[in-house]
Write a protein that binds this ligand. Structure first.
Ligand SMILES: C[S@@+](CC[C@H](N)C(=O)[O-])C[C@H]1O[C@@H](n2cnc3c(N)ncnc32)[C@H](O)[C@@H]1O
Length: 287
């Protein structure tokens, strides 16, 4: 049963949302849906994001991510050799390009056309053969059980219906296939006082270390407005992910130390209070 306080909060939230639509702060544009707002945000971010990804494709990130992916895929590659892979929310294409360079057959999807344009440019520069498609990962346009591996990085926190995305990923995986989700509690600071202190501390330490602040090339007001509308900002993870996946019948586990292996010094200082985790899930096989 909902408590009075919870009901009041829900009503207040409704009023605030309505007010935001009627009286947008600073003349912000109106959006028909969270999807439209999100796509507009990523369209604007595509150029600077693509530059970061281009740097990642030519520095230590290739070896760091390559080692983790090879390790996680070992069981599948021993059985199958070349894998059929889906990357959800590929952005400018980092994981898709890496996996294609390892010889796998990769499809990268994103629902922001400008991100896909950048991904195609990056793949061409890297000489990687990837199929990029425009698609919403919460409603995939694929048949059941066609991928050996589904991966996503820095996507799930951004989804209005992450439960639908997880269900879709498990649907398109072959029996015995594997899901790898890399993410973090990025916007939990909007809801939790301790997390807010952590976020502020990260900003201070990043400045003290003379490192570039990742958040400076972000329209923080626009990003936070989106993060307030999606459910995972307010939820402790990866516990939520594990419970959901187990509810879908998958064998799920987590590596909460993966950030040590895939983040460089700049990322580790910028995001010390929100370390990246990796959720892995295996779909039951046909034994
Ligand atoms: C933070 S970026 C991450 C990009 C990439 N995965 C990476 O790690 O470099 C999030 C990306 O997810 C995409 N995205 C967000 N919601 C999506 C959805 N429902 N379906 C497909 N793509 C989505 C955005 O367009 C954006 O390109």
């Amino acid at each position: 049963m909902q408590t009075n306080a919870a009901l009041k909060e829900m009503r207040t939230d409704k009023i605030l949302r309505k007010e935001k639509l009627l009286f947008p702060a600073g003349g912000r544009k109106q959006w028909e849906s969270i999807e439209e707002e999100n796509q507009a945000y990523w369209t604007k971010r595509a150029d600077s994001y693509a530059q970061t990804i281009r740097a990642e494709l030519s520095d230590d990130h290739v070896a760091m991510w390559g080692d983790v992916l090879r390790e996680e895929m070992a069981g599948l590659t021993q059985k199958t050799g070349r894998l059929t892979v889906l990357e959800a929310g590929t952005g400018p294409g980092f994981l898709s390009i890496l996996l294609a360079q390892m010889g796998h057959s990769v499809t990268g999807i994103d629902y922001t056309q400008e991100m896909l344009n950048k991904a195609k440019e990056n793949a061409a520069l890297a000489g990687a053969d990837v199929r990029f498609l425009k698609m919403n990962t919460e409603a995939l346009d694929f048949a059941d059980e066609i991928f050996d591996l589904v991966v996503s990085r820095n996507l799930t926190w951004n989804l209005p219906h992450p439960d639908r995305a997880y269900a879709e990923w498990m649907r398109v995986l072959k029996p015995g296939g594997k899901l790898l989700v890399f993410d973090a509690n990025y916007y939990n600071f909007l809801y939790d006082e301790e997390a807010r202190k952590g976020y502020d501390r990260d900003r201070e330490k990043t400045a003290q270390a003379g490192e570039d602040d990742i958040y400076l090339c972000t329209d923080t007001a626009a990003m936070e407005a989106i993060a307030r509308q999606v459910p995972l900002s307010a939820i402790r993870r990866p516990q939520w992910d594990l419970e959901l996946l187990r509810g879908l019948g998958a064998k799920a586990s987590v590596d909460e130390n993966i950030w040590r292996r895939v983040w460089d010094r700049n990322e580790q200082i910028n995001q010390a209070s929100v370390p990246m985790f990796m959720v892995r899930a295996e779909k039951a096989g046909n034994e």
